[in-house]
Design a binder for this molecule. Structure first.
Ligand code: GLV
Ligand code: MN
Length: 225
């Protein structure tokens, strides 16, 4: 009898633990030491993250980043300047599960529909007015015009965008719960991949003629990734 109760208990506990959310599966793993400054040049085998540079070689300057002190001066074809402060730009972020982007907009600038496959985005607008929106897996668009001092949040992996709807420049800082959130832009993912997705896949998916797909591909190629 006791044996039977134990077996049922183990079964229930197993089911409950499988159903409970496992934070370590949805965010970067927690660190196992104070810090692990990424050795981006390491020749060791590829691992999840980067090997640490020797702690004895660390200095204060490893923990500072000055790349956001100046405004960006190069804007892309959509009038946006993106400064990514991820583990590649700031190796001290390795294993810390955080990073930041600054996105600057000229008037009319668009940060086009994209996702961050490995992170939630929490953003603070510091200048101008942005129309920020994201689409849920139920295909519902949530959007709002956000101004300086206001925050918006994009749940992990959701397609989102920001459009400068103010008169002048706009700017926001995005924080991420990943050292390497990644960016997948929708337009190049679908229409400018390497190699290209075959026309008939896209013409069937979008219910369009191949000629329209070819036109979209050529327009997207001009935008750049
Ligand atoms: C914000 O949406 C960003 O891509 O940094
Ligand atoms: Mn984003």
């Amino acid at each position: 009898m006791a044996y039977q109760i134990n077996l049922s208990l183990i079964l229930v506990l197993t089911i409950v633990s499988v159903c409970l959310p496992w934070p370590s599966l949805s965010v970067d793993p927690t660190p196992l030491q104070d810090f692990c400054i990424a050795d981006l040049e390491s020749k060791s085998p590829i691992i999840n993250g980067f090997p640490c540079k020797k702690p004895a070689d660390a200095s204060s300057k490893d923990f500072f980043f000055e790349g956001l002190t100046k405004r960006g001066n190069e804007f892309d074809t959509l009038n946006v300047n993106l400064t990514q402060v991820d583990v590649f730009a700031f190796p001290a972020l390795n294993t810390l599960g955080m990073s930041m982007n600054r996105v600057e907009f000229l008037p009319g600038g668009l940060n086009p529909p994209h996702t961050h496959p490995r992170a939630t985005e929490l953003s603070l607008v510091v200048e101008g007015k942005l129309l920020a929106g994201w689409v849920s897996t139920e295909y519902i668009l949530y959007w709002k015009v956000v101004s300086a001092g206001e925050l918006f949040v994009i749940p992990p992996g959701m397609v989102h965008f920001q459009l400068n709807v103010g008169e002048g420049r706009a700017q926001f800082y995005a924080s991420f719960n990943s050292q390497n959130p990644g960016i997948s832009k929708m337009a190049p993912t679908l229409f400018d991949s390497i190699p290209l997705i075959p026309d008939d896949v896209l013409s069937t998916a979008f219910n369009l003629n191949d000629s329209v797909i070819q036109l979209i591909k050529s327009k997207v190629a001009h935008l750049g990734r």
